[in-house]
Design a protein around this ligand. Sequence first.
Ligand code: GDP
Length: 416
Amino acid sequence: MKIKRYEGQYVHEVIAHIREELGSDAVVLHTRWRSPSGLKRLLSRPKVEVWAGIRDEGEPAPAANGAGVEPLASRALALKQALEAHANGAGLEPPATNGHGPAVALAEPPATDADPLMDDILDVASDTGELAMALWTDVNASIARLEEKVDELARAREEKAAQAPAPRLRALLDLGVRADVAAEVVAAAEGKSVSEALLDSFQCTGEVELGGGPKVVALVGPSGVGKTTTLAKLAAHFALVQHARVVLCSSDTKRVGTFEQIRAVGDLMQLPTSAIRPPAEASQRIELARRNSDVVLLDTAAAMPGRDPDWSDLVDMLIAVEPDEIHLVVSATLRAADLAHIVDGFRKALPLRGVVVTKLDESVEPGGLVDLAWRHLTPLSYLGVGPNVPGDLETATPDALLARVWSTRLANLLRE
Ligand code: GDP
């Protein structure tokens, strides 16, 4: 009998190889899996080792059992008993059978070349081999399915990672910056930090310059954004820091208490105040205010572009007054999209000098600020960073804007 060892990755491949080399009569005698040792385990798959045999030419085939195939387990047991008896030198009686014919022949050495013991070994081994082969085929199929699943999961993870925004983009989005602006900022930050990109891009007017004759500065914007408060802060700055002659005016004569508020500020700082009633008296009153001042600060009634009658009143009044500078006041607590919409509406309707962004102290995600500054809709002029007069007003500069962005919880990512 010829016995040979084969090795491969899959049982069915090795069996095919055996059949090809030894023919279809070959039987599998033994199989086992061999795993590489050490680090190689991680890099390579286990291999299957198969021992196969084929009868030599002329070697007689095993005697037929006659009554069909004996169950494998009982035949294996009979074979084992026979082998043990043989090894002990005990009687060489054939082991008991179940009546279907001799399971194993271990009598005196056979008269012919035929070896019944070997035949039976081959027989049992053949059945065992086929059973094992079926099992391994099953196991291999399961392994293949598992490998497929693992590949699928790895692919899904890679796809998810590819779709997830990069950390810089994520940080900007988390700050409330709109997606298109965030993408532009990240693209501009190629090879430098996001902060540097923002710094390069932010445009600011600098503070209102006095000294070239009386100047009328009007504050416009929606209601409640901090126009009157900003006017008081500016008045305090010009009067107390720059020692300029300041006149406070208000054209918001409809809203109850607004002019009283201006008058209270004026009284506190000992500054003259004037109510501007549009449009008939407006021009005349402003002329009077100009004559006695370095700067006239004009508070206006809340209005939104196109929303009549407030808007028409505001425009008529501004035409009469002809301010030297118009600053739009907006609150940082508005959503980025609302802020952009408001600023865009005002800048298209009025010749804005700058935008004052208030309530930065109340805004947790200054995405709207980044958004505004980045889009260059209108340069920023002042930042309101609290309700206190006169302290909580800063002149808008790229550094001051960045400081606001840095003060957020995602600052570190943006600094990278
Ligand atoms: P107006 O209707 O636009 O004139 O707004 P006001 O000046 O009357 O301000 C409305 C509210 O916003 C008031 O309670 C102010 O104290 C508050 N306010 C204005 N500016 C700021 C700011 O920068 N920070 C904070 N926290 N509150 C502000």
